[in-house]
Design a protein around this ligand. Structure first.
Ligand code: PGA
Length: 244
């Protein structure tokens, strides 16, 4: 049994000092060295990453992720942050989040190019998908890579995030999430990992991480509070222990 992944997506929240305060509280609440069944990924904004990288490097089992990446490599692309730049700080990148699609017009084609960039620099993409239909908006070579053709052997993760559940306080049902996870694994590859995201909190996390094909959770709002995020991790650790 693989470790479950618990990912914090801080979106457009937290300054450097707020992030440091969060880390202080988080460390007081959880002894990450004692986590055997869970890996933790924290995704702050780009500007917070360098400072967080120092803090997180001392914590085994905790990694940093970015919330986005440029679809271009390095070059004359004002304002962009490339995968090559991110590689110094992060191991994971959230790609194609529904808020990027909604507010920044990201397309399936863009998602494909961003994934390319991640894989080129050994970053693990967490590709957000809001529905089965959205899967077909991805370029077909993206599916090939997921089927294990990625030469680096980088693991690949999907996050099932239905639009009605993201930031609404109305999560999908664990059964729907399980069904989606199973479908995506059958269609693409058993090797990929599928997370659920959308209004996950300390109360409902257990119902999602206990599903056999759900490999973790992507947490927005509830991850802003260090105590609640630590509770989600503890619940996941406990639940996954039971299945080992
Ligand atoms: P939420 O966000 O937990 O606030 O619904 C999840 C996400 O957007 O990744």
């Amino acid at each position: 049994m693989e470790k479950k992944l618990v990912v914090a997506n801080w979106k457009g929240y937290k300054t450097v000092s707020e992030a440091q305060e969060w880390m202080k509280e988080f460390r007081a609440m959880i002894v990450v060295q004692q986590l055997n069944n869970v890996s933790v990924v924290i995704c702050p904004s780009f500007v917070v990453l360098p400072r967080m990288a120092d803090e997180v490097s001392k914590l085994e089992g905790v990694k940093l992720g970015a919330q986005d990446v440029s679809k271009f490599g390095e070059g004359q692309y004002t304002g962009e942050v490339s995968a090559k730049m991110l590689r110094d700080f992060v191991s994971f990148v959230i790609v194609g989040h529904s808020e990027r699609r909604k507010y920044f017009g990201e397309t399936g084609e863009d998602v494909g190019r961003k994934v390319e960039q991640c894989l080129k620099y050994d970053l693990i993409p967490i590709v957000c998908v809001s529905s089965v239909q959205e899967l077909s908006s991805f370029p077909s070579d993206l599916a090939c890579r997921q089927a294990g053709l990625n030469p680096n052997g980088t693991i690949f993760a999907y996050a099932y995030e239905p639009l009605s559940a993201v930031g609404t306080g109305e999560p999908d049902t664990p059964e729907n999430a399980q069904e989606f996870a199973l479908k995506i694994k059958k269609e693409i590859s058993r090797d990929i990992r599928v997370l659920y995201g959308g209004s996950v909190n300390a109360k409902n996390a257990k119902s999602f991480v206990s599903q056999s094909d759900i490999d973790g959770v992507l947490v927005g709002q509830a991850s802003l509070d260090a105590e609640e995020f630590a509770d989600i991790i503890k619940t996941t650790e406990q639940e996954n222990k039971g299945t080992l």
